[in-house]
Write a protein that binds this ligand. Structure first.
Ligand SMILES: Cc1cc2nc3c(=O)[nH]c(=O)nc-3n(C[C@H](O)[C@H](O)[C@H](O)COP(=O)(O)OP(=O)(O)OC[C@H]3O[C@@H](n4cnc5c(N)ncnc54)[C@H](O)[C@@H]3O)c2cc1C
Length: 308
């Protein structure tokens, strides 16, 4: 126990254990109240000890990537929020690239391009971390994480597993059970530590050209200059969300500081000062309007956490 407290004190002295820390700066929406405690461990041992400490005392905990797919409540998140930003290494072994959970996905794509490895071009404009991308099976432009993922290392957040001599769970690709914006990590509540991606050698200029094309397409169609959390809703089978929302006359529709983007009706943007409640009310308004008109249910892709 003393050792654990000493390590927590060290984290605190290093500014890696913050109390009542506002979470808006950690979310791409720029919305969210405070975390009771925000921890930023950068060793596996500290991460495991934080989890053990919380689980033993029944303190709720939440894993934060780069906050680009989250609507964090106005009253914040109770208990412990663990940011994975301290885990951010990339290494290459032949055609395999390994990346830690907190690594930026965009930087990983850039690394692969510089190494002349193709496969991750589709992801070059997706904000967020590697852990968040694997957890969400992030995808764009006909590509998904599942197409390039080889294997991952995770933690099972139970006392029995975390206190065992080897707490690391090795997941082969099939065990991720990937489907559209879904992975087994969501069902099993696993904590992602790192993944290996299997890529193919290709000329750097070709990879860069494709990345630039995709960036251009994204900038042309999406409101990349405004705070948002990307597409709010999953794509309903046989439909395009943006068109359904537009056909309901909701382009630019506002509640408080939250608005349906004028550029892409599948996005909600924060015009400045939007609350989580504004966004939540707008989501519900869109869902009920689209359902009334087209009998299509829009399921949210963004994840709501904390108290609204
Ligand atoms: C402008 C914009 C454009 C976007 N475009 C796309 C797109 O084209 N395609 C797409 O798929 N997404 C897109 N997104 C959404 C978002 O970028 C992705 O979902 C991204 O993968 C989320 O990663 P994150 O690190 O930000 O996760 P967070 O938002 O921090 O978390 C998302 C979920 O993942 C969990 N999580 C995060 N890290 C871990 C971990 N290490 N272990 C366990 N759980 C973890 C969190 O608990 C949470 O439940 C976009 C977002 C924005 C703002």
């Amino acid at each position: 126990m003393k050792q654990i407290i000493d390590r927590f004190l060290r984290l605190s002295e290093q500014g890696k254990l913050l109390f009542d820390e506002p979470l808006a700066p950690y979310s791409s929406f720029k919305i969210g109240g405070p975390a009771d405690v925000l921890a930023k461990p950068d060793t596996q041992k500290d991460l495991i000890d934080l989890l053990i400490y919380a689980i033993k005392r029944e303190i709720p905990w939440f894993i934060l990537g780069k906050g680009s797919n989250l609507l964090i409540g106005d009253k914040g998140i109770r208990g412990l929020v663990i940011s994975m930003e301290g885990f951010n290494k990339i290494t290459r072994d032949e055609n395999y690239v390994s990346a830690f959970a907190g690594q930026s996905l965009k930087e990983l794509c850039r690394f692969c391009m510089e190494e002349g490895l193709s496969g991750l071009e589709f992801a070059c404009g997706i904000p967020g971390s590697v852990g968040g991308a694997v957890f969400m099976n992030a995808g764009a432009y006909e590509g998904e994480i599942k197409d390039v993922l080889y294997c991952s290392k995770c933690l099972t957040p139970t006392l029995k597993s975390l206190q065992s001599t080897n707490p690391i769970l090795h997941l082969k690709k099939e065990a991720h059970m990937f489907s559209y914006r879904h992975s087994a990590l969501q069902d099993r509540g696993l904590i992602h530590l790192s993944s290996v991606f299997k890529l193919s050698p290709a000329p750097r200029v070709d990879i860069l050209k494709r990345m630039e094309e995709l960036d251009q397409m994204r900038n042309d169609k999406q409101p990349m200059d405004m705070p948002s959390a990307g597409s709010v809703f999953k794509r309903p089978p046989g439909h395009f969300t943006g068109k359904l929302v537009d056909d309901c006359g909701l382009r630019g529709f506002r509640i408080g500081g939250a608005s349906i983007s004028n550029k892409h009706c599948g996005f909600i943007v924060n015009l400045g000062g939007a609350t989580a409640k504004d966004v939540k009310d707008l989501i519900e308004h869109v869902q009920s309007t689209v359902y009334e008109r087209f009998k299509v249910h829009l399921e949210t892709e963004i994840r709501q956490v904390g108290e609204m």
